[in-house]
Design a protein around this ligand. Structure first.
Ligand code: NDP
Length: 437
């Protein structure tokens, strides 16, 4: 039987249909991302250097920090063992990806009409069991080692993230690859940053999905536990500020793993390619920057007054509830529209087919989930007192991230829903905080 080859014109049309050219460039295009990449790298590494036992999170000049980097890390062993340990961590999580029982959940429909299946088995508890058994065998030593070698581990994660992005960029030029609609501009720097390939997979391992919630997010909580052990080791007790930070952050991380399948409908999975931005963000930036508070407290045992502690804890719980309940309302409404709870919601029908919620949390503001998330992060910063600006960097960065994400999301929705989006905005007037903004 002979199979007729499609004509060149048809093949070209199919190619254009499947991989449209990116015409709108975010982050100020190739020039913008040329600043973002070294900026993110410098900040991730310098924040670890500035917030260690030597520099104590005091404002320090770039020159001093760079000097301390060379002074403290002239021996290669400062990096070799962390490099090996970091790879062990990745291998452990890859093994769990394949071994742990999983519900197979399908992602959203791709441009070629197919759907990919993803194993929903992200589980931090197995890694915590490993930590507990390490504690049983070796006591506090491995925990202190991890806390003391954060820089080496972060440098390792940076190298892995960057190598991964370089390899994926090169591999994305092979035939029959579905590219991201936002990472196919033809500008190599920009496409390397955003990521060309939409869903790179290797031997059944979905790299973007794997990196999104596992090495960085579980790693963040493991580092936090190590910093709490370090504080205990150094001072003989764990402060209430440390408890608030680690409990609040571990619950947040466990929440994202518990609702792991929700990640399949986020912009990261459905739209972005897997390039340097996500690879670096997931593997290196997250554990380097999100751990600043616990790292600072590991050598600065701040004890909060009962009243202040209660205020911070209450702020943390309330913010978490806004974040969780709003996300759940939308997820339930979208994934289970015929349930009794979903049927009580008010919504707007759109020509694009999807319904937009206009009641409950989603009647208050268009991104009330971001608001809850931001205040939760702020409560964790406030738990560190007011001795250093570094621990507040997270709030400033997270605000920028959410504002930018909101702008990109609104742009996407405007394009998708057209006039219906204007109508929706006239019903739900506020972006983040009802009656204010
Ligand atoms: P959202 O969960 O808000 O999803 C936005 C999408 O939801 C829109 O594109 C639209 O998609 C749909 N939508 C918008 N309005 C409505 C409505 N009224 N009713 C129904 N559907 C609607 O955004 P993200 O995926 O960015 O964020 C998810 C969570 O993750 C947030 O809580 C955020 O704070 C958190 N997050 C945390 C980060 C961190 O570093 N800690 C980083 C990024 C996010 P559609 O086309 O389907 O209509």
């Amino acid at each position: 039987m002979s199979i007729k080859k499609p004509s060149k014109i048809l093949a070209g049309a199919l190619q254009r249909y499947e991989n449209p050219k990116t015409t709108v460039l975010d982050f100020f295009g190739g020039l913008g991302v040329s600043f973002v990449m070294p900026g993110m790298t410098l900040f991730a590494l310098l924040s670890v250097l500035a917030c260690n036992e030597t520099n104590m999170c005091k404002p320090t000049s770039l020159a001093e920090l760079s000097w301390s980097f060379f002074k403290e890390n002239t021996q290669t062993r400062a990096f070799v063992l962390p490099f090996v340990v970091y790879h062990g961590w990745l291998l452990w999580l890859v093994a769990l990806y394949f071994i742990l029982p999983a519900d197979k959940v399908s992602g959203t429909t791709l441009r070629n009409g197919t759907k990919l299946l993803y194993p929903v088995n992200g589980n931090a508890l197995v890694s915590y069991a490993l930590l507990a058994s390490m504690y049983g065998h070796y006591g506090r030593r491995p925990f202190i080692w991890i806390a003391d070698n954060t820089l080496g581990l972060v440098v390792s994660s940076f190298l892995v993230a960057t190598m991964q992005a370089i390899l994926l960029y090169m591999l994305s030029f092979r035939a029959q690859v579905m590219l991201s609609v936002v990472g196919n501009s033809g500008n190599p720097i920009y496409d390397f940053f955003i990521g060309r390939e939409l869903n790179p997979r290797i031997f059944g391992l979905d790299l973007k999905y794997f990196c999104e919630l596992r090495p960085g997010i579980i790693g963040w909580t493991v580092l936090n536990i190590c910093f709490a052990v370090k504080q205990y080791h150094s001072f003989g007790y764990i402060t209430n500020s440390m408890w608030i930070v680690i409990i609040s952050q571990i619950l947040y991380a466990l929440d994202s793993l518990w609702f792991e399948s929700a990640v399949l409908t986020t912009m990261d999975i459905t739209t972005e390619g897997f390039g340097w931005m996500l690879s670096m963000g997931d593997l290196c930036w997250l554990p380097a920057v999100y751990t600043i508070q616990a790292r600072y407290l590991s050598f600065t045992p701040i004890v909060l007054s009962d009243v202040y502690c209660f205020f911070i804890a209450a702020m943390s719980v309330c913010s978490y509830l806004v974040f969780r309940l709003s996300n759940s309302q939308k997820n339930n409404f979208r994934s289970n529209p015929n349930s009794k709870i979903s049927r009580n919601n008010k919504y707007l029908e759109t020509k694009a087919g999807s319904k937009l919620l206009i009641s409950g949390w989603w009647g208050l503001a268009r991104h009330i989930n971001y608001t809850g998330d931001w205040f939760l992060g702020l409560s964790q910063c406030l738990a560190t007192g007011f001795g250093t600006p570094y621990t507040y960097f997270f709030s400033a960065y997270f605000l920028a991230l959410l504002l930018h994400r909101n702008a990109r999301d609104e742009h996407k929705c405007m394009q998708k829903y057209g006039n219906d989006w204007d109508k929706y905005c006239s019903i739900v007037k506020y972006k983040f905080i009802p009656y204010i903004y």
